[in-house]
Design a binder for this molecule. Structure first.
Ligand code: TRP
Ligand code: SF4
Length: 404
C-alpha cells in the first residue's frame, strides 16, 4: 500500500450549515488545532454534505462556506500546518463515492442510525433522496480517499466512522486479495468437512453480501471450534471471512476528544438544532445580553432565595470558564443568597468575551482579505487532490479500470 502512513493521517469535515459556535470551538476545533502539529491533517468544508439536507436552500451555502473558512482560520487552524479545503473542489471524493457505491449494500445505508433519526427530525423536508441515503458513503469516501487512519469527530459521528470501516473492509476483501489467496482459502474450506464447509460458506456469503453481523460472529465461532485445522488454514479462513491480505483502503479509527460537553444557553448540549448557541462572532454586548437572559436555578425566584448551582445551567458554564476560587465564590454565594444571579454571570460573560476577542480580531483580518482566504482554500484543494489522486490510481486499478 504505497507510501502513505495512515496512522499519521487525519481527516475531518464540517458541514457548512450556519455560523460556528462555542460548541464547535470547545468540541472539535480546539482538538484540530492541537492535532495539526502532530499529524498530517486534512480538514474539509463538506459542502456536498450540506446539499444532502439543504438542496432546496442553496442560496446560503456560499456564505456559510466562506464564514466557516474564516472561523477555522480565526481559531487557529493553520494553513501552514494543515490542509484546509472545500470538498466540492476535490472531485476525487465524488469519484470514490461512485465507485464505492457499487459495492455498498443498500441495507448498510438504511440501518445507519442517523438516517432514520434525521429524516424524522427534519420531517418538514423530503429526505427520501438518493443523496441523503448516501450521506454516510460520501463521508466514507471523504476519509478513505486520503487513506486517513484517524478521524477526530464528536461522539455523534461514531456510527459514520464505523460505517467507513465496514466499507473499507469490504473493498479490501473484494479487491485486495493476493494472487493465490483465494485458491488457498477455498482449499482450506475443502478440508473443513462437507457440512462445516457448507455452513462456513453460507455464513461468509451472508456477511459479505448482506452485511449480516450475526453471520460473521457465528462463522468466527465455528472456526474457533475446528480442532483439526492447521494454523495456516485457520488464519486463511478467518481472513477470508472478512477480506484479504492486502489492505488497499485502511480502516479508519475515531479520535474522540476528551473535551467536556459544552452546555448551551439552556443547559442542554449546545447545538444549532436546540437554538441555544453562542456564535463565535457574537459581539460583547450580545454575549452579555444572552448570558444575562439565561435561566438559572428555578428555586431562586427572588434575590433573597438561596439556590443550588447543580440545578443551574450557569454553573455548567463556570465549570468551563472559571477557576477554583471563582467556583467557590459561586457555590457559597448562591447557596447563601449572598450573590445575585447577575453577579454570578458576570465572570462568565467576561471569560467568554476574553476568549472571543482575539478570535474575532483575526476573523476581521481574514474577512478584510477575501483573496487570501480564497487562495488558502485553492492551495488546500490542490494539495488534497494530489493525495486523493494517488489513492484513486490504485482504486481504479483494483476495480479493473486501468486503461493505460
Ligand atoms: N458528518 C459529519 C458531521 O455532520 C461531517 C463530515 C462529512 C465528516 N465528512 C466527514 C466528518 C469526514 C469527519 C470525516 O459532523
Ligand atoms: Fe445559578 Fe449563579 Fe444564580 Fe446560583 S447564583 S442560581 S449558580 S446563576
Amino acid at each position: 500500500m504505497s507510501n502513505v502512513d495512515s496512522q499519521r493521517r487525519v481527516l475531518s469535515g464540517m458541514r457548512p450549515t450556519g455560523r460556528l459556535h462555542l460548541g464547535h470551538l470547545h468540541g472539535v476545533l480546539q482538538s484540530w488545532t492541537r492535532l495539526q502539529h502532530e499529524y498530517e491533517c486534512f480538514f474539509s468544508i463538506v459542502d456536498w454534505h450540506a446539499l444532502t439536507t439543504e438542496y432546496d436552500e442553496v442560496g446560503q451555502i456560499r456564505r456559510y462556506v466562506r464564514d466557516m473558512a474564516v472561523d477555522w482560520l480565526a481559531v487557529g487552524v493553520s494553513p501552514s500546518a494543515a490542509t484546509l479545503f472545500i470538498q466540492s473542489q476535490v472531485p476525487e471524493h465524488a469519484e470514490l463515492h461512485l465507485l464505492l457505491s457499487m459495492i455498498c449494500p443498500l441495507s448498510w445505508l438504511e440501518r445507519v442510525p442517523t438516517y432514520k433519526e434525521l429524516q424524522e427530525r427534519l420531517s418538514h423536508k423530503d429526505l427520501s433522496t438518493y443523496g441523503f441515503l448516501g450521506y454516510p458513503l460520501l463521508q466514507a469516501a471523504d476519509i478513505l480517499v486520503y487513506r486517513a487512519g484517524l478521524v477526530p469527530v464528536g461522539s455523534d459521528q461514531l456510527a459514520h466512522v464505523e460505517f467507513a470501516r465496514d466499507v473499507a473492509r469490504r473493498f479490501n476483501h473484494l479487491y485486495g486479495g493476493e494472487v493465490d489467496f483465494e485458491d488457498k482459502a477455498e482449499a482450506a474450506i475443502g478440508r473443513l468437512g462437507k457440512k462445516t464447509a457448507r455452513l462456513y460458506s453460507s455464513l461468509r456469503k451472508a456477511w459479505q453480501e448482506q452485511g449480516d453481523d450475526e453471520a460473521l460472529e457465528t462463522a468466527r465461532a465455528l472456526l474457533k471450534e475446528q480442532q483439526s485445522l492447521t494454523l495456516g488454514d485457520r488464519e486463511r479462513l478467518f481472513g477470508y471471512l472478512e477480506g484479504s491480505s492486502r489492505v488497499l483502503l485502511p480502516e479508519p479509527q475515531t479520535l474522540v476528544g476528551h473535551a467536556p460537553r459544552m452546555p448551551g444557553l439552556d443547559g442542554q448540549k449546545m447545538s444549532k438544532s436546540h437554538g441555544n448557541t453562542l456564535s463565535l462572532r457574537e459581539t460583547p454586548a450580545e454575549v452579555e445580553e444572552k448570558i444575562s437572559r439565561m435561566p438559572t436555578d428555578p428555586a431562586r425566584v427572588r434575590r433573597s432565595d438561596p439556590g443550588e448551582p447543580e440545578n443551574c445551567p450557569v454553573w455548567q458554564w463556570h465549570l468551563i470558564y472559571s477557576d477554583a476560587s471563582c467556583r467557590q465564590w459561586v457555590q457559597e454565594g448562591c447557596r447563601s443568597a449572598g450573590i445575585g444571579c447577575l453577579d454570578c454571570k458576570r465572570p462568565v460573560i467576561e471569560a467568554i468575551n476574553q476568549e472571543l476577542a482575539p478570535i474575532q480580531q483575526r476573523a476581521t483580518e481574514y474577512e478584510e482579505n477575501p483573496e487570501l482566504v480564497r487562495s488558502i482554500l485553492a492551495e488546500g484543494a490542490e494539495r488534497a487532490r494530489e493525495a486523493a489522486r494517488e489513492t484513486l490510481v490504485e482504486v481504479r486499478q483494483a476495480m479493473g479500470l486501468a486503461y493505460r
